[in-house]
Design a protein. Sequence first.
Length: 488
Amino acid sequence: MSDNGHMNARTLRARLNHPVVDADGHWLEYTPVMREEFRRIGGDAAVEGLATATQRVPGSLKMSVAERSRLRVGQEAFWSSPSENVLDRATAMLPRLMYERLDDLGIDFSVVYPTAGLSFHRMQDTRQRRAICRAYNVFTMDQFRPLADRIIPAAIIPMYTPEEAIEELEFAVKQLGYKVVMVGGLMRRRVPALEEEQPEASRLVEWYDVIGLDSPHDYDPVWAKCLELKVAPSFHNGARSILLRNSPSNFCYNHIGHFASAGHAVAKAMFLGGVTRRFPELNFAFLEGGAGWACMLYADLVGHWEKRNRQAIESTNPNKLDRSRLLEFARKYGSEVVAEAVGRGDGLAGDSNSTLTGGVEDLDDYFRCKIEKKSDLRDLFVPRFYFGCEADDPTNAWAFNRKANPMGARLNALFSSDIGHFDVPDMAEVVPEAYELVEHDLIDDHDFRDFMFTNAVRFWGEVNPDFFKGTVVEKAAAEVLAQGVRVA
């Protein structure tokens, strides 16, 4: 037993009848070495991009609270890497040590995402963005290639245009051998009207392209390329220090819920944009935000469709308002002033009762999904979306609660250790902490198996049946995939 009462991770893993797959660990890129390697791989553009990307947080922290308030710059994370626990710090920095410690952590196989690199694909400068993503992908695969039976890294795919995304996908998968890709879903873009009318001001005002809906670009070729290359795209978007998470003095205010907020926005856009209808064989993951927001989104999509589908919305069509009968009610129950206004028809076609519809392409907001029956919502959402959940989040249980989720659905929660970051004070406690859901009777052993293993196998393996070939979990993963596609 560990000091906090948890079962030892190695002991717990030995008692399980299934492997443990970590769908979202992190490594701490060592900047001095990365800088020199980036120069070798990508030249000046990559080094300049690295300098720009890695100075954003220190630049914010060098300001006083008053300066950040004046400029509306959000408080960033300080003291965000393991320090007192030197072993964990070294583990996050050194891939070979991470590999060596996996058994002690109770993990059989791990997918590792960037730390500094999480923001590389959102850089505004095209030259630097392309160079830094390419340099990262080459550098990182060099570090992890010898460890591929138990640890593999994720490639960074820039997404400002479909063309750059496709080019990097081709290179990362075909040339470097990546099987995991991290794509961007909150692209910062300038407002066209400001660019035309106030070009100087346009540099200071941005909107966020959620990719799946209302984008100036068609990203369907990117999803088609993912299918062709057999890679399931994962989003690791954050919304920290923007919009409603922009406190100049409180990092926790900015951090709490920001992954969920970003995931909610992109998943909602992908669904309402009809992406899962057009690409029914492609899986998408939204990492590090948990599953609580996903359960809410799923329920809201169902609830809104019930009230706002093309047939249901006719109940609020202003043309169906019986004005003569409304006038009868007004004369009986309202004042003379109200009755006179209703008699004239004043205000009956204004505000939310307006006959205007905004010039939308279709009055049914779900028309891109081609929803014919309620169960279509479940079938287009549940099997295709996966949600990265950290071990200490009790709301993970919601994903497995058929009684709470519409149409008895179980959402696809993925175990995501987040090792390497400040919210994991002891890497060896992560798997035992996840098991608390079982110990507290929030989920059962079958749910835990899905959470820690099966869902990860399906997420990657349904798109690429050979994903786990050559890994320590190859046989167990093949048994899962042999069972076929699971019904939502």
